[in-house]
Design a protein around this ligand. Structure first.
Ligand code: HPA
Ligand code: ZN
Length: 335
């Protein structure tokens, strides 16, 4: 990696905090919490990181969450991410967590939210990264379950800025969650959803029209529908693309086959994100470096992608202005 990808000031908009649990930290937390993992050594654990599709990854991702027990575990995981994000040039991060996955294991909302929020509260001071927290709901669970958890988050005044929709996509379309998104909109929350990762382009259209989302997570299969592409360009709908994730989960065969260059060329509002960096081969700087190696785009496309990430964030206009100024300085320094 050159320093360019790391110094490029950027926002990360698609990041699952549980997907930042590195194998070393998983083993350390298992040890301190007295949890016996099915793969108790680094070598045996690392051997599990070959995925064939989204579900094969989700199985390991949920299993590894078993080590997250205390508020300190959630705070340590979050700080470890912020440290790595800082090194990758991230200035603003919108972070998803999966409350239902923790509740299902008997971990209270206050524990998960409290630990993550404690780390985020000092993120600007500790790492120079402004943040927002997004509660992601599991689309393979019922809408009733999601609504119950959303009400609990609202009742405890959890410091969330929005809701998202993640987990197994195919067979769990946006139409299943119309009431959930209505409730969140009424509560003044931002709305995002995964769509068009493994699922069809029609899920992207439905997430926009039925759920009213402001951003689409992934959205790569949009390119299969020219009318949808034209709409996404016209409306400048943000798509938070995660190239290394798509390669590792076989949504694309190789990085060379990734639709991102076509999406950039078409004028779509795409950003580059890491998704679950501990599982997919790297943080956002590594994603940029892999793209640069594959497509040799140079500074101007990097600038466009970073600029898209800033304008598509839910940061305040003042914060966006600071980040755009930093991006301008970065561009000037490229010569
Ligand atoms: N897709 C769907 N659900 C997820 C992902 C993803 O990439 N990561 C964590 N949950
Ligand atoms: Zn994701």
């Amino acid at each position: 990696m050159t320093t360019q990808e790391l110094t490029l000031p950027k926002a990360e908009l698609h990041l699952h905090i549980e997907g930042t649990l590195e194998p070393e930290l998983i083993l350390e937390m298992a040890e301190r919490n007295g949890i016996v993992l099915p793969f108790p050594t680094l070598e045996s654990l690392r051997a599990q990181y070959e995925f064939t599709d989204l579900q094969s990854f989700l199985n390991l991702y949920y299993a590894n969450m078993a080590v997250l027990i205390t508020e300190a575990d959630f705070a340590d995981m979050t700080r470890a991410y912020l440290r790595r994000a800082q090194a990758a040039g991230v200035r603003h991060a919108e972070i998803m967590f999966d409350p239902q996955a923790h509740l299902a294991r008997g971990v209270e909302l206050t524990t998960a939210v409290g630990g993550i929020a404690a780390a985020l509260a000092s993120s600007e001071a500790d790492f120079g990264i402004s943040t927002g927290l997004i509660a992601a709901f599991l689309r393979d669970e019922s809408e009733a379950s999601a609504l119950e958890v959303l009400e609990a988050l609202l009742a405890m005044e959890a410091p969330i800025i929005g809701i998202g929709l993640d987990s197994a996509e195919v067979g769990n379309p946006p139409s299943k969650f119309v009431r959930l998104f209505e409730r969140a909109r009424k509560a003044g929350l931002h709305l995002v959803a995964h769509a068009g990762e493994e699922g069809p382009a029609s899920y992207v259209t439905d997430a926009l029209d039925l759920l009213g989302v402001e951003r689409i997570d992934h959205g790569i299969r949009s390119v299969e529908d020219p009318a949808l592409v034209a709409r996404l360009v016209a409306e400048q709908v943000p798509l938070t693309v995660c190239p290394l994730s798509n390669v590792r989960l076989r949504a694309v065969n190789t990085l060379a086959d990734h639709p991102l260059p076509r999406m950039v060329e078409a004028g779509m509002n795409v950003s580059v994100n890491s998704d679950d960096p501990a599982y997919f081969g790297g943080y956002v700087g590594t994603n940029f470096a892999a793209l640069e190696k594959e497509f040799a785009w140079g500074a101007s496309v990097a600038q466009t992608l970073a600029s898209n990430s800033i304008r598509s964030s839910f940061a305040s206009d003042a914060r966006k202005g600071e980040m755009f100024a930093e991006l301008d300085s970065w561009v000037a320094a490229q010569g």
